[in-house]
Design a protein. Structure first.
Length: 368
C-alpha cells in the first residue's frame, strides 16, 4: 500500500522544485528548463517569476536569451503562450499539438472559417507567408483571405497559429520594450529542423520534476492533454507513489526532493504564476475559498502573496512618475513578522520593476 503524503509535505515538495523555498543560484536558462517553461501570454510575468525564484536575477538575463533565440515564446501547454528553451520548444509543442488541432474543430469563434478547408494547404500557406520574415496576424489576414476566398481572414490566421509552431519574435517579450506579436515558424527562427515527434512520457517526467508529486489529473491540468492514465501506468515501474490526504494517488520521481520540515519564506509570485496553474487540486498552495479572489472572471491571475508556503493575498503594483506603490490585499490579518517580511519582499520587487522610481510605498489592506 502506498504511503501517505500530507498536504504540508506536498506543499514543501512543490515549493522546493519551484525554487520557492530558497532562491536558486542557477542561470535563467537552466531555471526555465527545470521549470518546464514559464507561462508567458503577457510579456512581463516570466521575468517576475524568475525574480521570485532566482538569486541575483536581472531582467536583461532573460531579455538576452530571447534576443539570442535561446528562449522562445510560442503556444504550448494548455494552448497558452509559454517561454521555453530552444531545446524544449520543438518537443514540447509536438507533444501537445493535439490540443491546438482539437481547438481548430471546437473553437466556437474561429472554426467556421476552417470548415471544409484543406488544413495542410493552409499550413503550407502559413510557412510561405513568413519565409521572408515575421508577420503579425493582422498582416497575415488579408493575404490568407485572398489565398482562401470565402473563409474569414481572422479564422485563417488563427488556423495557421494552431497548425504551426509559431514563435513570437522580439521585441515582443523583452523587458521594457515588447510590441505587437510578430510571428514566424520555430524552424525559421532557430535556423534548424525541430522535432515533430510527440513524447508524452518525457513530458510527464519533466512535469513531475517541476511540480510533483502529482496525480494524473494534475498532469492533465498542466499540459491540457487528456487520457494520461495509460502514460502514468507505463511509467509506474520507474516512479514512486503516495496517497494524499484526500485518498488520491500521486506519482513522483524517486530522487526528487521531498522535504518534510521547514518554514517557507514570504514570496510575491508573478501574475499567471505556474505554481497556481499546474495542478487540478491546488490545495497544496491555495485554499479553494481564495481562488476567485486570485483568479478573476476575465481570466487574469493576480500576483499571489505566499506566507508559510500558502496564498494569503495578492499584490497590485501602481506606478506613476515619482512614486510606485504595491498594495498588498490580505485575506486575513497576518502576524507582525509576516507583515514585515511581505514589506521587505515588496520593496525589493518594486526596485526590480521600477529601479528609476526612488519613492516606493507598500500599503496593506485586509479583505476578509
Amino acid at each position: 500500500m502506498a504511503a501517505l503524503i500530507t498536504d504540508r509535505e506536498l506543499n514543501l515538495a512543490t515549493l522546493a522544485r519551484q525554487f520557492l523555498l530558497r532562491r536558486a543560484e542557477v542561470s535563467a536558462l537552466d531555471a526555465i528548463e527545470h521549470l518546464a517553461g514559464l507561462q508567458a501570454q503577457a510579456p512581463n510575468p516570466p521575468y517576475l517569476a524568475l525574480w521570485a525564484r532566482l538569486k541575483n536575477f536581472a531582467a536583461e538575463d532573460l531579455s538576452t536569451l530571447v534576443e539570442n533565440r535561446q528562449v522562445v515564446r510560442l503556444v504550448a501547454m494548455r494552448g497558452t503562450v509559454f517561454a521555453l528553451s530552444a531545446a524544449d520548444a520543438g518537443p514540447f509543442r509536438a507533444t501537445v499539438q493535439t490540443i491546438m488541432e482539437r481547438d481548430l474543430h471546437t473553437n466556437s469563434t474561429q472554426r467556421a472559417a476552417l470548415t471544409g478547408l484543406d488544413l495542410e494547404a493552409l499550413a503550407q500557406a502559413g510557412r510561405e507567408l513568413v519565409a521572408d520574415g515575421p508577420l503579425t496576424q493582422m498582416q497575415m489576414r488579408p493575404i490568407l483571405a485572398e489565398r482562401f476566398p470565402g473563409h474569414a481572414a481572422e479564422g485563417l490566421a488563427h488556423g495557421v497559429r494552431g497548425l504551426l509552431p509559431m514563435v513570437q519574435v522580439p521585441p515582443r517579450g523583452l523587458w521594457g520594450r515588447s510590441g505587437a506579436p510578430a510571428l514566424t515558424t520555430l524552424e525559421n527562427w532557430l535556423g534548424t529542423e525541430v522535432s515533430s515527434s510527440p513524447d508524452t512520457d518525457a513530458l510527464v517526467l519533466r512535469y513531475l520534476a517541476a511540480f510533483g508529486p502529482a496525480s494524473v489529473k494534475d498532469a492533465q491540468a498542466w499540459s491540457g492533454l487528456t487520457r494520461l492514465t495509460e502514460v502514468f501506468e507505463r511509467l509506474r515501474p520507474g516512479l514512486i507513489t503516495f496517497v494524499n490526504e484526500n485518498g488520491t494517488e500521486v506519482f513522483d520521481l524517486p530522487d526528487a526532493p521531498r522535504p518534510t520540515s521547514g518554514t517557507p519564506p514570504v514570496r510575491i509570485l508573478a501574475p499567471f504564476d505556474n505554481i497556481l496553474l499546474s495542478h487540478a487540486d491546488r490545495s497544496r498552495i491555495m485554499d479553494e475559498q481564495y481562488r476567485t479572489r486570485v483568479f478573476t472572471v476575465n481570466g487574469i491571475i493576480k500576483p499571489a502573496i505566499l506566507v508559510r508556503g500558502k496564498v494569503v493575498g495578492f499584490a497590485t503594483v501602481t506606478p506613476d512618475k515619482e512614486t510606485v506603490e504595491l498594495g498588498a490585499t490580505l485575506f486575513a490579518q497576518q502576524a507582525k513578522t509576516a507583515l514585515a517580511a511581505i514589506e521587505k519582499e515588496a520593496r525589493s520587487l518594486l526596485k526590480f520593476m521600477h529601479p528609476n522610481i526612488v519613492n516606493r510605498e507598500v500599503r496593506f489592506a485586509v479583505a476578509t
